[in-house]
Write a protein that binds this ligand. Structure first.
Ligand SMILES: COc1nc(N)nc2c1ncn2[C@H]1C[C@H](O)[C@@H](COP(=O)(O)OP(=O)(O)OP(=O)(O)O)O1
Length: 193
């Protein structure tokens, strides 16, 4: 019999999920309030566009392009706006994932809708917030020009779910962090096809 899949509190999903990675301490920290964010990735021609965050949350790390969902916006509208603001481009974004993060001593949990597109229009530019850079999504060979995805310089959760995004599998998950950005407990799952 298949093991029961206990989806953590705060993880919003329409369809059944199967566990892919889980670990850490026994209990989830209770979530009282949630703040909505977006994060968007362009994946095309064997490469992924990431941005080096120059300020604010996640400064000094590479991430997708995104930010807070503003009043009156849908997450999809916010994702398009943030991609344009942070990288100067437009893309036919579609939602591929949902993540919930609770950081110790931060009252509001992060609810982040994750988007991706396989094409874009416009010229990629460096902005006040982000320095965009392409990375290779393929197995490295000596002839590769692009560097591999810099997981060592990204949020600790990314290595658990970014491979699901790259293989276009819908996913959801949660991680609880301490104030030093160390993951205390985590769970990531993908939709059953
Ligand atoms: C805790 O783990 C996280 N992992 C990942 N992969 N991404 C995260 C994590 N925590 C936050 N993020 C993402 C969510 C957003 O895309 C950004 C933060 O957005 P920001 O605060 O920069 O939002 P803006 O509206 O752009 O902010 P400004 O007020 O600076 O314009 O990080």
């Amino acid at each position: 019999m298949a093991a029961e899949c206990v989806v953590p509190p705060g993880v919003v999903h329409d369809r059944p999920l199967v566990e892919v990675h889980a670990g850490g301490v026994d209990e989830w920290v209770p979530i009282k309030r949630v703040k909505m964010f977006t994060n968007a990735f362009i994946v095309q021609d064997g490469k992924i566009l990431l941005g080096y965050k120059k300020r604010g949350i996640g400064q000094g790390l590479f991430n997708g392009f995104g930010g807070k969902v503003e009043a009156g916006e849908t997450p999809a509208e916010a994702a398009v706006r943030e991609l344009r603001e942070e990288a100067g481009i437009d893309a036919p974004l579609r939602q591929i994932g949902m993540l919930s993060f609770k950081v110790e001593d931060v009252e509001e949990a992060f609810h982040i809708d994750i988007f991706m597109a396989e094409e874009h229009t416009g010229t990629i530019i460096e902005t006040e917030e982000m320095r965009p850079q392409w990375f290779s999504t393929t197995t490295q060979t000596d002839g590769d020009i692009l560097p591999p995805i810099p997981y060592e310089n990204m949020w600790a959760d990314d290595i658990f779910w970014l491979p699901l995004l790259l293989s276009k599998q819908k996913f959801a998950g949660r991680a609880d962090f301490n104030t030093g950005n160390k993951m205390l407990k985590w769970w990531f799952g993908k939709e059953t096809s």
